[in-house]
Design a protein around this ligand. Structure first.
Ligand SMILES: *Cc1c(COP(=O)(O)O)cnc(C)c1O
Length: 463
């Protein structure tokens, strides 16, 4: 399997090369050159596999340059860190299914991909003899999942900037109580936007980037995408076994279009998904695109579902690549227009094709709180605010003639304050995190100034 860029200047890359490149050198996003389509027989064979075995069957179609025994070992180690024997169990509640993606070490779905990516990086760097320094800014979830993905790994150091005092206490402790020598937490005296601007500026300095072999772990890495395709297959099998359904719908709370794009790939591979339901909070550029063909950027608003407070979804370019029939020329032109005018031109034919695959809606904070409360009253099950958006939107726009599977992207205890406001209940932390507030912390506090951050990084990078 070879990999190419959406912008057309990079192609023929091996899987390993694509993983190490991250963002394509031409500024585009990397994708497999072909998506393998599974026959009914092959789909049938995947039905009874345990999660790690299923993950191997799917990922090995894409990671063709990694010896199978090595790939198996990487996958087995990645999912051994989950606290549920099924890894991503499916629970039936009322008239829908919840796919619980929060049984990994940081209680959010990003673990599914980042546990795998961390092990993969270590393996590939070990083979090439290279080292890597990861730098990222986080508003909460990605930073902790990235830290847990690479903590204690050889040949990798990780620097995560978070806005001081502006991430939830549990999110902060999940990062700062990791005391491994290769993990560096930086509390920045500023906002998340300040921290992110600093990271962007650091990566814009190509000399600096190359000198320190800087890497990123955001959702543009194609290995993350592939790891996320697996749970769509897993959930379908579980629900098919329970109901005999021939097709299903998935509702996905969406920010960067990463999670739902994995569902799109699963559908392309032949998984019978009737519709993918895209659920947004008030930052609803993507749901406006699906419902009205209006892809125009607005300001980012803060919401009760902070991991979805995104306007320009980086993975959306991957969908456009297919919508434009892999025409990189067309894609470049569209991205240029969007950069200039803040609006993406969409034809009515393209809108129709999009609506054959996706349905969408967005809800605000008030509706999110109401959705958590209503679902708890009806079922006794507590949703986190991100998951609640998917459940509410899913119920509103589902077609109703096949099972609905809603992706649960975070454990409710991660957003305890919001859950308490909605239900009056304090969701309990899983045992592994009880007492986390008493553990030793490792972090430095720095001003929101690029020179201060660079100085600290210079003093602690692997060279
Ligand atoms: C990151 C995240 C999302 C959004 O996922 P995307 O892949 O960016 O669409 C939703 N919920 C939670 C809890 C997250 O951490």
């Amino acid at each position: 399997m070879k990999y190419c860029s959406t912008r057309g200047q990079v192609h023929g890359l091996s899987f390993s090369a694509a993983v190490m490149m991250g963002l394509a050198d031409d500024g585009g996003l990397l994708l497999p050159e072909d998506i393998p389509v599974l026959s009914k027989d092959e789909l049938q064979k995947l039905r009874n596999l345990p999660y790690p075995e299923l993950a191997f069957q799917i990922i090995s179609k894409y990671a063709t340059d990694i010896p199978v025994t090595d790939l198996k070992d990487i996958i087995d180690r990645s999912y051994a860190s989950f606290d549920h024997p099924q890894i991503t169990p499916v629970v039936k509640l009322d008239d829908l299914y919840i796919l619980e993606l929060f049984h990994g070490p940081t209680l959010a779905f990003k673990d599914v991909a980042l546990q795998f990516l961390g092990n993969l990086f270590e393996y590939l760097l070990g083979n090439s003899g290279q080292q890597m320094n990861i730098i990222g800014a986080t508003s909460g979830d990605t930073g902790s999942a990235a830290i847990y993905g690479v903590k204690g790994k050889q040949r990798i150091n990780i620097f995560i900037l978070h806005p001081k005092g502006k991430v939830s206490p549990i999110q902060k402790m999940q990062m700062t109580t990791i005391t491994d020598a290769n993990v560096f937490n930086i509390a920045v005296e500023g906002t998340f936007d300040d921290a992110q601007a600093i990271v962007k500026e650091i990566f814009g300095d190509l000399d600096y980037k190359n000198k320190h072999a800087l890497g990123v772990v955001n959702s543009i890495n194609c290995a993350r995408l592939l790891a996320q395709v697996v749970y769509y297959f897993y959930a379908f099998s579980q629900v098919q076994k329970a109901t005999g359904a021939k097709e299903v719908e998935f509702s996905v709370p969406t920010g960067n279009f990463g999670d739902i794009f994995a569902g799109y790939i699963a559908r392309k591979m032949g998984l019978p998904i009737k519709k993918l339901i895209l659920a947004n909070n008030i930052n609803n550029i993507l749901s406006r695109f699906v419902t009205e063909g209006d892809y125009s950027a607005a300001e980012v608003h803060h919401s009760l579902s902070p991991s979805m407070d995104i306007q320009i979804a980086s993975n959306f370019e991957r969908y456009l690549f297919y919508l434009y029939d892999k025409d990189a020329y067309r894609l470049n032109a569209a991205m240029e227009t969007f950069k200039l005018n803040g609006i993406l031109p969409v034809s009515s034919e393209e809108l129709t094709r999009t609506q054959q695959i996706f349905a969408a809606a967005s809800i605000n904070d008030e509706e999110t709180l109401a959705a958590i409360g209503r679902f708890a009253d009806k079922t006794g099950y507590i949703l986190d605010p991100h998951t609640a958006i998917g459940v509410e939107v899913g119920q509103r726009v589902r077609s109703g003639d096949c099972p609905l599977i809603c992706l649960a992207t975070a454990h409710p205890a991660k957003f305890g304050e919001t859950v308490k406001k909605a239900t009056g209940l304090d969701p309990a932390l899983p045992p592994a995190f009880q007492g986390i507030d008493k553990l030793e912390e490792k972090l430095v506090t720095l001003p929101a100034e690029i020179e201060a951050i660079k100085q600290y990084v210079d003093a602690h990078v692997l060279t």
